[in-house]
Design a protein around this ligand. Structure first.
Ligand SMILES: Nc1ncnc2c1ncn2[C@@H]1O[C@H](COP(=O)(O)OP(=O)(O)OP(=O)(O)O)[C@@H](O)[C@H]1O
Ligand SMILES: [Mg+2]
Length: 267
Protein backbone atom coordinates (compact mmCIF):
# COMPACT_ATOMS: atom_id res chain seq x y z
CA UNK A 1 0.00 0.00 0.00
CA UNK A 2 1.39 3.46 -0.81
CA UNK A 3 0.91 6.20 1.74
CA UNK A 4 0.28 9.79 0.76
CA UNK A 5 3.04 12.08 1.99
CA UNK A 6 1.88 14.85 4.28
CA UNK A 7 4.40 17.64 4.03
CA UNK A 8 6.15 19.18 6.98
CA UNK A 9 5.90 22.92 6.39
CA UNK A 10 8.91 24.93 7.53
CA UNK A 11 9.19 28.71 7.54
CA UNK A 12 12.70 30.04 7.24
CA UNK A 13 12.65 33.29 9.17
CA UNK A 14 14.86 35.98 10.58
CA UNK A 15 13.85 39.63 10.35
CA UNK A 16 17.48 40.59 10.03
CA UNK A 17 18.42 41.00 6.36
CA UNK A 18 21.12 38.83 4.81
CA UNK A 19 21.24 35.93 7.27
CA UNK A 20 21.13 33.30 4.53
CA UNK A 21 17.37 32.59 4.50
CA UNK A 22 17.05 32.40 0.71
CA UNK A 23 20.35 30.56 0.22
CA UNK A 24 19.26 28.05 2.85
CA UNK A 25 15.77 27.60 1.36
CA UNK A 26 17.17 26.93 -2.11
CA UNK A 27 20.07 24.68 -1.16
CA UNK A 28 18.19 22.82 1.56
CA UNK A 29 15.49 22.04 -1.01
CA UNK A 30 18.11 20.58 -3.34
CA UNK A 31 19.80 18.65 -0.54
CA UNK A 32 16.43 17.23 0.61
CA UNK A 33 15.60 16.35 -2.96
CA UNK A 34 18.95 14.53 -3.19
CA UNK A 35 17.74 12.45 -0.23
CA UNK A 36 14.67 11.48 -2.27
CA UNK A 37 12.27 14.02 -0.77
CA UNK A 38 9.70 15.96 -2.76
CA UNK A 39 9.91 19.65 -1.94
CA UNK A 40 7.76 22.71 -2.58
CA UNK A 41 9.58 26.02 -2.28
CA UNK A 42 7.45 29.05 -1.52
CA UNK A 43 8.92 32.46 -2.24
CA UNK A 44 7.12 34.69 0.23
CA UNK A 45 9.40 37.70 -0.13
CA UNK A 46 8.55 40.59 -2.48
CA UNK A 47 12.29 40.82 -3.29
CA UNK A 48 11.77 37.60 -5.28
CA UNK A 49 15.30 36.40 -4.56
CA UNK A 50 14.33 32.75 -4.31
CA UNK A 51 12.52 33.08 -7.63
CA UNK A 52 15.72 34.51 -9.14
CA UNK A 53 17.79 31.67 -7.62
CA UNK A 54 15.42 29.25 -9.32
CA UNK A 55 16.50 30.70 -12.64
CA UNK A 56 13.46 32.88 -13.35
CA UNK A 57 15.26 35.90 -14.78
CA UNK A 58 12.44 38.46 -14.66
CA UNK A 59 10.09 37.69 -11.77
CA UNK A 60 8.22 40.96 -12.43
CA UNK A 61 7.10 39.63 -15.83
CA UNK A 62 5.49 36.46 -14.48
CA UNK A 63 1.84 36.25 -15.47
CA UNK A 64 0.90 34.37 -12.29
CA UNK A 65 2.82 34.64 -9.03
CA UNK A 66 2.09 34.58 -5.31
CA UNK A 67 0.34 37.96 -5.29
CA UNK A 68 -2.25 36.79 -7.87
CA UNK A 69 -2.96 33.70 -5.79
CA UNK A 70 -3.35 35.70 -2.57
CA UNK A 71 -5.54 38.26 -4.32
CA UNK A 72 -7.78 35.45 -5.64
CA UNK A 73 -8.13 33.99 -2.14
CA UNK A 74 -8.85 37.40 -0.60
CA UNK A 75 -11.53 38.21 -3.17
CA UNK A 76 -13.12 34.74 -2.92
CA UNK A 77 -12.27 33.95 -6.53
CA UNK A 78 -11.05 30.58 -7.79
CA UNK A 79 -7.35 30.03 -7.09
CA UNK A 80 -5.43 29.85 -10.40
CA UNK A 81 -4.66 26.27 -11.50
CA UNK A 82 -1.37 24.94 -10.06
CA UNK A 83 0.15 24.51 -13.53
CA UNK A 84 -0.10 28.28 -14.10
CA UNK A 85 2.10 29.16 -11.13
CA UNK A 86 4.22 26.10 -10.26
CA UNK A 87 7.75 26.03 -11.70
CA UNK A 88 9.75 22.81 -11.45
CA UNK A 89 13.35 21.64 -11.17
CA UNK A 90 13.35 17.84 -10.89
CA UNK A 91 11.52 16.91 -7.69
CA UNK A 92 11.42 20.54 -6.53
CA UNK A 93 8.51 22.88 -7.27
CA UNK A 94 8.44 26.64 -6.68
CA UNK A 95 5.66 29.15 -6.16
CA UNK A 96 7.35 32.37 -7.33
CA UNK A 97 6.99 35.92 -6.08
CA UNK A 98 7.79 39.40 -7.19
CA UNK A 99 7.49 42.97 -5.99
CA UNK A 100 3.69 42.88 -6.35
CA UNK A 101 3.60 40.75 -3.21
CA UNK A 102 4.22 43.96 -1.26
CA UNK A 103 0.82 45.20 -2.52
CA UNK A 104 -0.79 41.97 -1.28
CA UNK A 105 0.82 42.62 2.10
CA UNK A 106 -0.92 46.00 2.26
CA UNK A 107 -4.24 44.42 1.25
CA UNK A 108 -3.84 41.79 3.97
CA UNK A 109 -4.23 44.57 6.57
CA UNK A 110 -7.92 45.01 5.78
CA UNK A 111 -8.72 41.35 5.38
CA UNK A 112 -10.80 39.35 7.83
CA UNK A 113 -8.85 36.26 8.98
CA UNK A 114 -5.82 37.60 7.12
CA UNK A 115 -3.39 35.42 9.12
CA UNK A 116 -4.66 32.28 7.45
CA UNK A 117 -4.57 33.28 3.78
CA UNK A 118 -1.36 31.37 2.99
CA UNK A 119 -2.55 28.41 5.06
CA UNK A 120 -5.61 28.06 2.84
CA UNK A 121 -3.36 27.84 -0.23
CA UNK A 122 -0.81 25.39 1.21
CA UNK A 123 -2.99 23.04 3.23
CA UNK A 124 -4.42 21.16 0.21
CA UNK A 125 -0.95 21.03 -1.39
CA UNK A 126 0.61 19.21 1.58
CA UNK A 127 -0.36 15.80 0.24
CA UNK A 128 1.92 16.27 -2.78
CA UNK A 129 5.16 16.93 -0.91
CA UNK A 130 7.41 15.76 1.90
CA UNK A 131 8.56 19.28 2.74
CA UNK A 132 7.25 22.77 2.06
CA UNK A 133 9.90 25.44 2.67
CA UNK A 134 8.76 29.06 2.93
CA UNK A 135 11.34 31.80 2.38
CA UNK A 136 10.31 35.01 4.15
CA UNK A 137 11.25 38.66 3.86
CA UNK A 138 13.44 40.39 6.45
CA UNK A 139 10.59 41.74 8.57
CA UNK A 140 8.11 40.60 11.19
CA UNK A 141 5.13 41.94 9.24
CA UNK A 142 1.97 40.31 7.97
CA UNK A 143 3.72 38.16 5.37
CA UNK A 144 5.95 36.54 7.97
CA UNK A 145 2.98 36.07 10.33
CA UNK A 146 1.08 34.37 7.48
CA UNK A 147 4.03 32.08 6.85
CA UNK A 148 4.29 31.19 10.55
CA UNK A 149 0.55 30.56 10.70
CA UNK A 150 0.89 28.06 7.84
CA UNK A 151 3.89 26.22 9.29
CA UNK A 152 4.64 23.23 11.47
CA UNK A 153 8.12 24.50 12.23
CA UNK A 154 10.41 27.51 12.04
CA UNK A 155 14.03 27.36 11.03
CA UNK A 156 16.14 30.35 12.05
CA UNK A 157 19.31 30.97 10.06
CA UNK A 158 21.73 33.07 12.09
CA UNK A 159 24.69 34.88 10.63
CA UNK A 160 27.28 35.21 13.42
CA UNK A 161 28.43 38.55 12.03
CA UNK A 162 24.96 40.09 12.12
CA UNK A 163 23.63 38.37 15.21
CA UNK A 164 21.96 40.40 17.94
CA UNK A 165 20.30 39.05 21.07
CA UNK A 166 17.52 41.67 20.82
CA UNK A 167 16.68 40.72 17.23
CA UNK A 168 16.46 37.01 17.99
CA UNK A 169 14.37 37.66 21.11
CA UNK A 170 11.90 39.73 19.04
CA UNK A 171 11.55 36.87 16.58
CA UNK A 172 11.02 34.35 19.39
CA UNK A 173 8.36 36.62 20.95
CA UNK A 174 6.46 36.71 17.65
CA UNK A 175 6.65 32.91 17.34
CA UNK A 176 5.26 32.57 20.88
CA UNK A 177 2.37 34.93 20.02
CA UNK A 178 1.59 33.01 16.82
CA UNK A 179 1.62 29.77 18.81
CA UNK A 180 -0.76 31.18 21.43
CA UNK A 181 -3.15 32.97 19.11
CA UNK A 182 -3.10 31.40 15.64
CA UNK A 183 -1.17 28.17 15.27
CA UNK A 184 -0.77 26.11 18.47
CA UNK A 185 1.14 23.31 16.75
CA UNK A 186 4.07 25.44 15.52
CA UNK A 187 7.46 24.69 17.02
CA UNK A 188 10.98 25.87 16.50
CA UNK A 189 13.00 23.49 14.37
CA UNK A 190 16.26 25.09 15.41
CA UNK A 191 18.96 27.62 14.74
CA UNK A 192 21.21 27.09 11.74
CA UNK A 193 24.51 28.94 11.88
CA UNK A 194 25.25 30.35 8.41
CA UNK A 195 28.16 32.20 6.83
CA UNK A 196 30.52 30.94 9.52
CA UNK A 197 34.15 31.92 9.34
CA UNK A 198 35.26 29.37 11.88
CA UNK A 199 38.72 30.82 12.44
CA UNK A 200 37.59 34.25 13.56
CA UNK A 201 37.10 35.35 17.15
CA UNK A 202 33.84 36.99 16.07
CA UNK A 203 32.42 33.61 15.04
CA UNK A 204 33.68 31.91 18.21
CA UNK A 205 32.31 34.61 20.49
CA UNK A 206 28.92 34.84 18.72
CA UNK A 207 28.51 31.07 18.76
CA UNK A 208 29.36 30.94 22.47
CA UNK A 209 26.81 33.67 23.25
CA UNK A 210 24.10 32.02 21.14
CA UNK A 211 24.73 28.70 22.89
CA UNK A 212 24.64 30.41 26.31
CA UNK A 213 21.47 32.38 25.56
CA UNK A 214 19.45 29.78 23.67
CA UNK A 215 21.22 26.39 23.78
CA UNK A 216 18.97 25.13 26.59
CA UNK A 217 15.68 25.98 24.87
CA UNK A 218 16.36 25.79 21.13
CA UNK A 219 18.19 23.17 19.13
CA UNK A 220 21.33 24.57 17.54
CA UNK A 221 22.08 22.30 14.61
CA UNK A 222 25.45 20.52 14.65
CA UNK A 223 25.76 21.24 10.94
CA UNK A 224 26.99 24.76 10.37
CA UNK A 225 27.28 26.48 7.02
CA UNK A 226 30.73 27.89 6.23
CA UNK A 227 31.28 31.26 4.60
CA UNK A 228 32.30 30.52 1.02
CA UNK A 229 32.65 32.36 -2.27
CA UNK A 230 31.15 29.27 -3.91
CA UNK A 231 27.70 30.46 -2.77
CA UNK A 232 27.94 33.69 -4.77
CA UNK A 233 29.31 31.82 -7.79
CA UNK A 234 26.50 29.24 -7.73
CA UNK A 235 23.90 32.03 -7.36
CA UNK A 236 25.45 33.88 -10.28
CA UNK A 237 24.91 30.85 -12.50
CA UNK A 238 21.45 30.18 -10.97
CA UNK A 239 22.64 26.80 -9.81
CA UNK A 240 22.29 24.98 -6.55
CA UNK A 241 25.50 24.23 -4.66
CA UNK A 242 24.79 20.57 -5.21
CA UNK A 243 24.93 20.94 -8.97
CA UNK A 244 27.57 23.71 -9.13
CA UNK A 245 30.15 22.19 -6.77
CA UNK A 246 28.79 19.15 -4.94
CA UNK A 247 32.03 18.37 -3.12
CA UNK A 248 32.62 21.91 -1.85
CA UNK A 249 32.57 22.32 1.93
CA UNK A 250 29.52 24.54 1.79
CA UNK A 251 27.56 22.11 -0.39
CA UNK A 252 28.50 19.21 1.91
CA UNK A 253 27.40 21.30 4.89
CA UNK A 254 23.92 21.76 3.39
CA UNK A 255 23.76 18.03 2.62
CA UNK A 256 24.72 17.20 6.23
CA UNK A 257 22.17 19.70 7.45
CA UNK A 258 19.40 18.12 5.32
CA UNK A 259 20.23 14.69 6.77
CA UNK A 260 20.28 16.09 10.30
CA UNK A 261 16.93 17.74 9.74
CA UNK A 262 15.33 14.58 8.35
CA UNK A 263 16.66 12.62 11.33
CA UNK A 264 15.47 15.25 13.78
CA UNK A 265 12.01 15.15 12.20
CA UNK A 266 11.83 11.39 12.74
CA UNK A 267 12.65 11.63 16.46
N1 LIG B 1 27.53 30.50 3.24
C1 LIG B 1 27.68 31.63 2.57
N2 LIG B 1 28.92 32.08 2.22
C2 LIG B 1 29.08 33.23 1.54
N3 LIG B 1 28.07 34.02 1.13
C3 LIG B 1 26.82 33.63 1.45
C4 LIG B 1 26.54 32.43 2.17
N4 LIG B 1 25.22 32.33 2.32
C5 LIG B 1 24.67 33.39 1.73
N5 LIG B 1 25.62 34.18 1.19
C6 LIG B 1 25.45 35.45 0.47
O1 LIG B 1 24.98 36.41 1.40
C7 LIG B 1 23.99 37.23 0.80
C8 LIG B 1 22.70 37.13 1.62
O2 LIG B 1 22.23 35.80 1.57
P1 LIG B 1 20.69 35.50 1.42
O3 LIG B 1 20.11 36.27 0.28
O4 LIG B 1 20.52 34.03 1.42
O5 LIG B 1 20.15 36.12 2.79
P2 LIG B 1 18.65 36.44 3.17
O6 LIG B 1 18.55 36.23 4.66
O7 LIG B 1 17.71 35.67 2.33
O8 LIG B 1 18.55 37.98 2.82
P3 LIG B 1 17.19 38.86 2.87
O9 LIG B 1 16.95 39.10 4.32
O10 LIG B 1 17.55 40.10 2.10
O11 LIG B 1 16.11 38.06 2.23
C9 LIG B 1 23.82 36.75 -0.63
O12 LIG B 1 24.58 37.57 -1.47
C10 LIG B 1 24.38 35.33 -0.60
O13 LIG B 1 24.95 34.96 -1.86
MG1 LIG C 1 16.12 36.37 1.17
Amino acid sequence: MTTTPQATTITIANQKGGTGKTTTAYNLAHALSHEGKKVLLVDFDPQGNLTLCFGIKQPDKLSVSMCNILDAIMSDKTIPAAETFLHSQGKIDLIPSNIELSVSEINLRDEMGSDKILTSLLEPMKENYDYILIDTNPSLGLLTINALAASDRVLIPVNPQLWSATGLTQLLNIIVKVKKRINPSIRIEGILMTMCDFRTNLYKESFRLIKDHYGEIIRIFDSQIPMSVTVGEANFYSQSLLSYHPKSKVSMAYQDFAKEMIQHGQQ
